[in-house]
Ligand binder design. Structure first.
Ligand SMILES: Nc1nc2c(c(=O)[nH]1)N[C@H]1C(S)=C(S)[C@@H](COP(=O)(O)OP(=O)(O)OC[C@H]3O[C@@H](n4cnc5c(=O)[nH]c(N)nc54)[C@H](O)[C@@H]3O)O[C@H]1N2
Ligand SMILES: Nc1nc2c(c(=O)[nH]1)N[C@H]1C(S)=C(S)[C@@H](COP(=O)(O)OP(=O)(O)OC[C@H]3O[C@@H](n4cnc5c(=O)[nH]c(N)nc54)[C@H](O)[C@@H]3O)O[C@H]1N2
Ligand code: SF4
Ligand SMILES: [Mo]
Length: 703
């Protein structure tokens, strides 16, 4: 939507948009553009029910990103050795021709299964994300990618228990009287729910944060509980134990709306608070008190996000947690239940997105897990990967076991293309670098995972230099490969219309939402009737049985434990007799306040605000290791090492280390960040990532 503003002096136009980043808030934007076509401000829309007129610390500085002097403006070809970052400018025609020629050769020698597109969440748009991730690659017959770096285990866990990701919208938090924020840090990672949490507190709600780190969210909570990482399922089972032994569970609700109670009960009885206290490092009193308050206050909301799922036991952890609202009878009540993600209110029609069923598309030859990138590039893939095409991702910074990735990227027989707005640490290893547009320069439609409206993004300015959007590059590559299907050349609006219509045919919540109205108004609420806004209020769950599944046949078929439960993390000190003075400690590396993964971490002001890459360590652990605040420390394990600056603080619990991510390697000491130590082991469910199951040795660096 474009309209004139009151600021006639400068004749500014306002263009409606959507924040494209990986954040549940999916803010509605308005950009002011001057007569020269230059964006002069980006703000949050005041009339959006969740954005409410403000943006986060990161996107407030979006124009510094758009007009950053380091923006890539032209295609580049490598001229120096791999990784040295020496490039020369080439034209788009040349770039496409080189890529097509290399790929034709690879396809002839080894098949398109040896070409791996690698992408994640640079933008969450329908066109520049989901459609770009599928159409061209399906037609090419390229290697498939298991996009499991973020919340894969949790998604499956929630699916197994309640059958779908149907969180309430943040506005509905104001009805809650007890809010448990479990392994989630919304003050940094989903800031627009904070005003609703504050409102709930003013209405008398108590907020509990369960996190080994005293996060920004924990600081404003009424109660902060700091368990040992990876032990939360034991805590949840023990809370259920307290409920059952004190008769605080909701037997009638359980009888009506769940299956498998006897199986879960058997598990529960194995976790009396005394045992859980040993495992979690919490006191028996804390566990009992938490259980009582949770069971007896209504409505009670359990908020969890993906942070807590990045463990080797992350799937079972989230699954166990998702059972808590059922045991207490909190599901289906306004302000109660589970607040994980709103993704399944609307799921885009897959056939319209991908056209995978077009006869021109060969079957996907194989699917490789993105968490294993380093291993895949250095021998695990058979046949090998001969070409890697990276977009919407910065694996050298953000993917686990990054040292291995760098090793793989140096292979002379690997042809690497990177499409990004900046010359990231990953781009330095590219043979061809392609310049990407920012959100102000592209068209898209955004479906949030944290509220209930759709945001359309109208381009506000012309692309800078020769930057092209993801989809425009796919179109050029399709043409270069000689693919003639119309759906490979459709423009963004045609695609949006097609996907909207195909999805609306089966989803009543899209009723009345048209491309035309989206373009006009920018943001439109989903047509969810008031009676349906509370997930599962009708007592129907989207599982095969229609009930909450404490016992899951689906889980069993996948080879998982059919019942929720707790097992120790694969790397952990739990159960070890005594931790030796220099023994390894679990390191958490959650989201930084001023970055989104590695995005924004190349902007000077945001980097300054974030400080330096820091290791937070408890005074007791620091003392035995002779570590002082401000001093360099070396973190290491069998995967690799990095250097950080120590901050001795009680903000982390004893026996646990913490840093924040994702710093660009090049802005980190020695050019290596924490992902040189993080594991590429897969989680218990769905191939998920396990960044937080990471034991590291830490020692002072004496210079
Ligand atoms: N500012 C900012 N916002 C972001 C992002 C960002 O990088 N920066 N990233 C975006 C993305 S990609 C995502 S997925 C979301 C993530 O959003 P969140 O899930 O809120 O983010 P994290 O910071 O990864 O993890 C949340 C908390 O989980 C805790 N945690 C880790 N392991 C355990 C455990 O075993 N038990 C318990 N109880 N707590 C544990 C960590 O200490 C951390 O404080 O945020 C999005 N928003
Ligand atoms: N140690 C540790 N590491 C983590 C995590 C953790 O908790 N701990 N969290 C992980 C999580 S939750 C996630 S989701 C992953 C995220 O990992 P990635 O998806 O790799 O995220 P980023 O590192 O932010 O890289 C996104 C890149 O996309 C680019 N980009 C943005 N918009 C566009 C566009 O329109 N087109 C193109 N071509 N490029 C674009 C950005 O400039 C940026 O370089 O990181 C993970 N890394
Ligand atoms: S990153 Fe999140 S909070 Fe910030 S503007 Fe985007 S959607 Fe809003
Ligand atoms: Mo993520």
């Amino acid at each position: 939507m474009i309209k004139a503003t009151g600021e006639e002096k400068r004749n500014l136009r306002i263009v409606y948009g959507a924040c494209p980043h990986d954040c549940p808030d999916c803010c509605a934007l308005e950009t002011q553009v001057d007569e020269q076509g230059r964006a002069v401000s980006v703000r949050g829309r005041a009339d959006h029910p969740v954005t409410r007129g403000w943006l986060c610390a990161k996107v407030n500085r979006y124009l510094e990103r758009v007009y950053h002097p380091d923006r890539l403006l032209y295609p580049l070809r490598r001229v120096g050795a791999k990784g040295k970052g020496k490039f020369e400018r080439i034209s788009w025609d040349e770039a496409i021709a080189v890529i097509v020629e290399r790929w034709r050769d690879i396809i002839a020698r080894a098949g398109a299964q040896c070409i791996l597109p690698y992408s994640y969440a640079g933008t969450l748009g329908l066109v520049q994300g989901a459609v770009t991730d599928t159409r061209f690659w399906n037609r090419l017959g390229a290697c498939g990618l298991e996009r499991a770096i973020c919340g894969h285990a949790a998604e499956e866990a929630v699916q197994l228990v309640v059958g779908g990701r149907l969180a309430p919208s943040p506005e509905d938090l104001v009805h809650s009287k007890f809010i448990v924020i479990w392994g989630s840090n919304p003050a940094s990672a989903a800031p627009h729910i904070m005003p609703f949490l504050r409102q709930a507190q003013r209405n008398g709600a108590q907020i509990v944060v369960i996190d080994p780190i005293r996060t920004l969210t924990a600081r404003s909570a009424d109660w902060h509980i700091q368990p040992i990482p990876g032990t939360d399922a034991a805590l949840a089972l023990s809370m259920m134990h307290v409920m059952v032994t004190e008769g605080l569970h909701h037997q009638e609700w359980i009888d009506h709306y769940t299956i498998g109670w006897e199986h879960l009960l058997e598990r529960i009885l194995q976790f009396p608070p005394e045992r859980a206290a040993q495992i979690t490092g919490l006191s028996v009193e804390t566990i009992v008190e938490l259980a009582r308050r949770y069971a007896t206050t209504s409505p009670a909301m359990l908020r969890l996000t993906d942070g807590i799922n990045r463990h080797t036991n992350g799937g079972q952890t989230v699954r166990t947690l998702a059972c808590l609202p059922a045991v207490a009878g909190h599901y289906g009540v306004a302000g109660g239940g589970l607040m994980y993600s709103t993704s399944d209110w609307v799921q885009w029609n897959k056939a319209a997105l991908s056209h995978a069923d077009d006869p021109a598309c060969p079957p996907v030859p194989r699917v490789l897990n993105m968490n294993r990138l380093g291993a895949l590039l250095t021998g695990e893939a058979d046949p090998p990967i001969y070409s890697l095409y990276v977009y919407n991702a910065n694996p050298v910074a953000s993917s686990p076991n990054a040292g291995k990735i760098v090793e793989g990227l140096q292979r002379e027989d690997l042809f690497v293309v990177v499409h990004d707005l900046f010359e990231t640490d990953t781009a330095r290893y590219a043979d061809i670098v392609l310049p990407a547009t920012s959100q102000l320069e592209q068209t898209d439609l955004h479906k949030p995972y944290g509220h209930l409206s759709l945001n359309y993004n109208t381009p506000a300015i012309a692309p800078l230099g020769e930057a092209r959007s993801n989809w425009d590059v796919m179109r050029a590559l399709a043409a270069g490969m000689g693919f003639e299907e119309e759906w490979l050349q459709a423009d963004a609006d045609t695609i949006i219309q097609e996907v909207l219509e195909a999805t609306a045919a089966h989803n009543p919540y899209l009723h009345g939402i048209t491309l035309e109205r989206l373009k006009e108004q920018g943001s439109l609420p989903l047509a969810v009737p008031a009676a349906e806004r509370v997930p599962f209020a009708d007592g129907h769950f989207r599982t095969p049985s229609g009930k909450v599944e404490f016992y899951s046949e689906q889980a069993m078929r996948k080879g998982y434990d059919p019942v929720p439960g707790w097992v120790p993390d694969a790397e952990s000190n739990v159960g070890k007799q005594a931790v030796t003075v220099n023994g390894p400690l679990p390191l958490l590396s959650p989201a930084a306040h001023h970055f989104i993964s590695s995005t924004f971490a190349n902007q000077e002001i945001l980097r300054q605000k974030e400080g330096t890459p820091t290791l937070r360590i408890h005074p007791v652990d620091a003392e035995v290791r002779n570590i002082r605040s401000g001093q360099y420390v070396r973190l290491s394990n069998e995967r690799g090492w990095c250097r950080l600056v120590a901050e001795v603080t009680e903000d982390v619990r004893e026996g646990v280390l913490a840093t924040t991510t994702v710093w660009w390697p090049r802005f980190s000491p020695d050019g290596q960040n924490v992902n040189w130590t993080t594991p590429d082991r897969l989680a218990d469910f769905n191939g998920g990532s396990t960044f937080h199951t990471n034991l590291v040795f830490v020692e002072p660096v004496n210079e």
